[in-house]
Design a protein. Structure first.
Length: 299
């Protein structure tokens, strides 16, 4: 609809119906004169308020830019590199294209990395918050995280976060001999990788299969002591080994008993070692130089 120029009127003039239609109804936009500052526009331009009574425009720009707030009482502007104060999302962010392989990333970044990090190529991200530093061949040389495997330059595999422990026993006097089932004390930790062993008890940090082994050295055997047995007791099950007629064979001497097992343990399960000698009086002492308890997560 073409614009119709309004007829000039003075205050208190009467407006006839025809003039009203010409001046107002026939015009698509009726705004207060002098309060629009749009001199020209193009497809894609945005109209904004430039003051309390004026309108202006923001010209469209090249593809790839975003409109960024300039703050209160300041006009926004397009930017190709905006700074966002915070970002909140409620669903996972997903890529529509495949990520480059470590080898491809290394090929494009080798020169830059060579000038700053000798022998290193790129950081890689794995599952469960793992971060790995890989060499030029894509081999992990440093890993941070519970599932990371580190491979040194010689190709030897180490797992510094893998649960593993070794503790030795202590001299304990008159702990059994009359059938008393004694929970062994291992007071000296030789190593406790990942810190899961305390107060003679190993606690599994993750669900898996654990190799557990213990040896108990003891003395004070009498001729009447007829059996000895030991147990590795976990939250899921108890494994037992025993020997008969020990008093006849080793009276007034020292001996030992040993057992190994692969234990299925859930996260938070515990493992302890127990020991008993039966058939006579409670005069059996454990030895410090033979007794130990050790284990590690296998798979």
């Amino acid at each position: 609809m073409p614009y119709s120029t309004p007829a000039l009127k003075q205050t208190n003039d009467l407006i006839a119906a025809g003039e009203w239609n010409q001046n107002t109804v026939n015009n698509a936009i009726a705004l207060r004169g002098g309060e629009i500052a749009l001199t020209s526009q193009a497809v894609g331009d945005l109209v904004i308020a430039t003051s309390a009574t004026q309108l202006g425009r923001i010209a469209d720009v090249a593809t790839g830019q975003v409109l960024v707030s300039g703050g209160v009482a300041t006009a926004p502007a397009y930017s190709a590199s905006p700074s966002i104060t915070s970002l909140t999302y409620t669903t996972d962010l997903k890529s529509t294209t495949a990520l480059a392989t470590p080898a491809a990333l290394i090929a494009t970044q080798a020169t830059a990395f060579a000038s700053t990090v000798s022998g290193a190529a790129i950081m890689g991200f794995g599952t469960t918050n793992d971060v790995s530093l890989m060499n030029r061949a894509g081999t992990v040389v440093l890993g941070i995280g519970p599932n990371t495997t580190a491979v040194n330059m010689a190709g030897v595999v180490t797992k510094p976060a893998q649960p593993a422990f070794f503790a030795t026993g202590a001299i304990q006097s008159n702990v059994t001999g009359d059938g008393t089932l004694y929970t062994m004390v291992f007071g000296t930790e030789i190593y406790d990788q990942a810190s899961n062993f305390a107060t003679s008890t190993f606690t599994a940090p993750v669900t898996g299969r654990y190799f557990l082994t213990s040896i108990i050295g003891y003395q004070g055997v009498l001729a009447g002591h007829d059996t000895h047995y030991m147990q590795i007791v976990t939250s899921n099950r108890t494994m037992t080994i025993n020997h008969q007629n020990i008093g006849v064979r080793i009276a007034n001497d020292t001996t030992h008993i040993q057992m190994n097992t692969f234990a299925d343990m859930d996260s938070g399960d515990t493992a302890v070692v127990k020991f008993a000698v039966s058939g006579s009086t409670k005069v059996i002492d454990t030895l410090i130089d033979v007794t130990s308890f050790s284990g590690a997560l296998i798979c």
